[in-house]
Design a protein around this ligand. Sequence first.
Ligand SMILES: CC(=O)SCCNC(=O)CCNC(=O)[C@H](O)C(C)(C)COP(=O)(O)OP(=O)(O)OC[C@H]1O[C@@H](n2cnc3c(N)ncnc32)[C@H](O)[C@@H]1OP(=O)(O)O
Ligand SMILES: O=CC(=O)O
Ligand SMILES: [Mg+2]
Length: 532
Amino acid sequence: MTQSTITLPAGMEITGEIKPGYANILTTEALSLVVKLTREFESRRQQLLAVRVERAKRLDAGERPDFLAETAHIRAGDWKIAPIPKALECRRVEITGPVERKMVINAFNSGADSYMTDFEDSNTPNWDNQITGQINMFDAVRRTISLEQNGKSYKLNDKIATLVVRPRGWHLDEKHVLVDGKRISGGIFDFALFMFHNAKEQLARGAGPYFYLPKMESHLEARLWNDIFVMTQNELGLPQGTIKATVLIETILAAFEMDEILYELREHSSGLNAGRWDYIFSCIKKFKLDKDFCLADRAKVTMTAPFMRAYALLLLKTCHKRNAPAIGGMAALIPIKNDPEKNEVAMGGVRNDKARDATDGYDGGWVAHPGLVELAMTEFTKVLGDKPNQIDKQRPDIDVTAAQLLDFKPEAPITEAGLRYNINVGIHYLGSWLAGNGCVPIHNLMEDAATAEISRSQVWQWIRSDKGVLEDGRKVTADMVRAMIKEELVKVQRDAPGGDGPTYVRAGHIFEEMSTSTEFAEFLTLPLYEEI
Ligand SMILES: CC(=O)SCCNC(=O)CCNC(=O)[C@H](O)C(C)(C)COP(=O)(O)OP(=O)(O)OC[C@H]1O[C@@H](n2cnc3c(N)ncnc32)[C@H](O)[C@@H]1OP(=O)(O)O
Ligand SMILES: O=CC(=O)O
Ligand SMILES: [Mg+2]
């Protein structure tokens, strides 16, 4: 079948517009790989998503997660992941960012060891962002990427960061592509196109196809990715074990299966990352109906909260026991322009975050902005010296129990300022996401889908939980939230770039619907995706 300038494999339809340049990515051969992977694995994705729903019901009914009895032998076993390729040995600082052309070039040139380009949390997955993102990757891998913008010329330096790609999570569809009449997996689409076009080129240039895998809830979900890797390597004629993937442990359920996830991916693993923001969101989502669960203002839920500390230490110990890199997550602090004092406080926050991770034993950590690379590098170098990593640092002293992973504190304070903050950030972020930008600075912090999820799920939960009481004694109610939404929308319209555009009013409606309806939306990006 032919749509405009592209020839589709049998059984595939594409409803997105084919703009100039898109045909180079949407080739028949590349799309054939998408079709093959979809036919082989889509039903398993759907089954695993159904398992999530069933598990959520049991958690809503009071079940508590624990380490799995059926995989105790894997946790007790003496196995290691396959050796890490040279290009991934040193990841002391990893910069992340959406697949937007200018940011791609800036990130590669930032001085970071590696660069995670993001089709997930920091990206609005509209059709144009997905396909231009692939074009940007195609050009970057071949080092032909360049840009003229606002009087500046952008091109790659001689020395650039190692590329790692984050495809979308299992929950997200690619609605513009149908195979046999059904929407396909966004993650498989992102992965397959990237692999088809770039894997061999990357290998020829001394690196390889490296990925970050987001938002998984179990080792069976990791097994699905592993099987996709095996089939893709066969299809493309690549040696097994060529692909390497770092899994974000960013759900509370995955925290109970860290060993098992590494084990499933052991031929393809490049370690684990502590994805703190989705992790906090996942805790709220999974225990939202627990009368004993209620977290304090978002700003108080830090990496030193008991449950976050337990999670970070367990991840570190688990990785190093298996010879796997442990990569720290991201402080949401970013450089603050035109206010040196506030900027120094923010930079101090990032420094402390990286110093804690490095001292614990982490091999590297994420930064949100090129202006943070040097200071993060300094903190890791203080501990690592000339070593590319500290995987040899074993932590047998760490012993984390299920109860510690579930020790959800602090519970106080919940304040009117904290509630308003969540509402304000939620509306601002949703409005920006709908306008096509999935990562924005709000009140001097990096906000993306994961941080915004915390804001909107806290509001939902505070309305419903008996513990959702402001420190002045007022119960958080739906009416209180509705009134605040009206007031905060006005502030967002005043403050957000392009805030008077239609997406912010729509964002106010969606935020109200999401936080006051009885049903809890599984991910905010699911209803939002239907709007773009
Ligand atoms: C929870 C998670 O999933 S974390 C991972 C997902 N989140 C991210 O990756 C965060 C990515 N970071 C960003 O998008 C941005 O840094 C923001 C939105 C937080 C802040 O953006 P801004 O306020 O526009 O940044 P600012 O104006 O200071 O940017 C200065 C320059 O740095 C560049 N820059 C900023 N952040 C990045 C980045 N992460 N990667 C590459 N370049 C960047 C800008 O493009 C700009 O370039 P220019 O001078 O050539 O025009
Ligand atoms: O993806 C990272 C996170 O913190 O969420
Ligand atoms: Mg995340």
